[in-house]
Design a protein around this ligand. Structure first.
Ligand code: SF4
Ligand code: SF4
Length: 449
């Protein structure tokens, strides 16, 4: 197989970064890479998907990674797994000897080990320059489930119609399910035995970077977790704080202690992001130094500064995110391009252990197993297939109301030369609605029997 053939298979089958980013995978695959890194860090608390897939589908994942390394003409593939994921490490150790171009890299159990820039440093010692992408240092990073999806596409001719999702938090039976894309969050909560309290909120994604969603929200190709938490849980109340109140709090209580900067993972790799400077500029209305605003473009939004570092419970990330959005809306481009050669000498001492992060987030009681279920969840109601569940342009619907579709049929396509990912029906059924945002399928036929 050559690179174009691989890219074509990946594009045809609608594969995107399944770890949460949603970047169309075919656009990442190119020559000029010497190292392909398999991201098995899964660094958000409570998530279980990638470590389970690595333990169960070890050979499918490793053989596909090995094929990708060879096809791209890279020298090696690094399988990066956190030290805490013993079953995954054991399984990979048993098989990796069969793949001469692969090597296991055990990561420290810290947050955010899965951030691409952090992961590349931990596995290769290279630092991605400011505002750059992994290929600038000869690497590409692929999520575990993404590589499994490439396996499904190449060997089983199966497009992305299913997703592995950990359903956890305040539910009766925390579990990891394989679900049809487009299934509602409510159905997953139900399959996990329901929530133990009536008054709860749902986070889609991890507690650090996920978003509060409605019960009707559909699972997408990037959903890694559904976490039910009581409405007054600190992770929920922090999400709901109002930006204007956060700005006022920054003005009145930011002590400029710099702890947010000292622990910032990107800052520790030599990038110019310094959240305390942003807070100072915002709190005091300083506009003479525009750098304090443009450095926001170097923030990965990992959330460490506001969920862990700040002793005053301020929200640097929220404020940084707001500034970044405004700058982009006004056409301001990132002016920073420093190429750090070394990480901060204090970096190792300032890494944030997962155990302490989980404790700080008051998630200890929810940090339990969520075993991988053997069955695929069959939706009982309609599935909502979002047309923009990836980076780039939204897919154009290629079906209309009344059409019958089978699982795997193309329902959304991407115009030529545009970045995006194709969309396939996740169930057999009839199209009952088509809008600019989604295609809705009502399951019919034996499949739903
Ligand atoms: S950690 Fe909090 S109080 Fe300290 S500088 Fe940062 S935002 Fe201000
Ligand atoms: S969210 Fe905070 S800690 Fe994370 S990269 Fe941005 S500034 Fe740094």
């Amino acid at each position: 197989m050559n690179i174009d053939e691989l890219k074509n298979i990946v594009f045809e089958n609608g594969i995107v970064g399944a770890g949460g980013a949603g970047f169309p995978t075919h656009a990442k695959l190119s020559a000029g890479v010497d190292t392909v890194i398999l991201n098995g860090a899964e660094c958000e608390p409570l998530l279980r998907v990638d470590r389970q897939l690595l333990a169960v589908y070890t050979d499918e994942i490793l053989m596909t990674l090995s094929l990708i390394v060879d096809t791209l003409g890279a020298k090696c593939g690094l399988v990066a797994i956190k030290s805490a994921y013993k079953a995954a490490i054991g399984s990979v150790k048993n098989s990796i000897g069969n793949y001469k171009n692969l090597e296991l890299k055990v990561l420290p159990d810290v947050y955010p080990a899965g951030d691409e820039v952090v992961l590349i440093y931990e596995t290769t010692g290279r630092i991605v320059p400011e505002g750059s992408i992994p290929i600038s240092v000869g690497t590409i990073v692929m999520n575990v489930e993404t590589v499994l999806n490439v396996y499904n596409a190449i060997y089983l001719k199966h497009p992305v119609t299913e997703k592995y999702v950990t359903v956890t938090g305040n539910v009766k039976c925390p579990s990891t399910f394989k679900v049809k894309v487009g299934t509602s969050v409510a159905e997953l909560i139900e399959k996990a035995g329901g929530c133990l309290e009536e008054d709860y909120e749902i986070i889609m994604g991890g507690p650090m970077t996920g978003k509060i969603v409605d019960r009707k929200a559909p699972i997408t190709k990037t959903t890694k977790a559904i976490i039910a938490l009581p409405k007054d849980h600190p992770v929920i109340t922090k999400r709901k704080t109002n930006i204007s109140i956060e700005l006022k709090r920054a003005m009145s209580v930011c002590s400029q202690c710099q702890m947010c900067t000292n622990l910032c993972p990107r800052h520790l790799l030599g990038h110019s992001i310094e959240p305390h400077k942003v807070m100072n500029a915002v709190a005091n209305g300083i506009i003479a130094d525009t750098t304090a605003y443009t450095i926001t473009m170097l923030c990965s939004e990992c959330g460490l500064c506001e969920m862990y570092s700040c002793h005053q419970s301020l929200s640097p990330r929220k404020i940084i995110s707001q500034i970044k959005t405004k700058l982009r809306q006004n056409g301001v481009k990132n002016p920073h391009s420093k190429k750090p050669e070394k990480a901060n000498i204090m970096r190792n001492e300032r890494l944030v252990p997962m155990e302490r992060l989980i404790s700080r987030l008051a998630l200890n009681k929810y940090n339990v197993d969520a075993p991988l279920s053997a069955d695929t969840i069959v939706p009982s109601g309609s599935v909502i297939m979002q047309l923009n569940q990836h980076v780039g342009v939204a897919a154009n619907p290629v079906v209309k109301v009344g059409d019958m579709v089978k699982e795997g049929d193309l329902i959304g396509d991407i115009p030529n030369n545009k970045l995006g990912a194709r969309l396939h029906a996740s169930v057999e059924g009839v199209i009952i609605d088509v809008t600019d945002h989604s295609v809705v399928i009502e399951p019919r036929g034996d499949f739903n029997g």
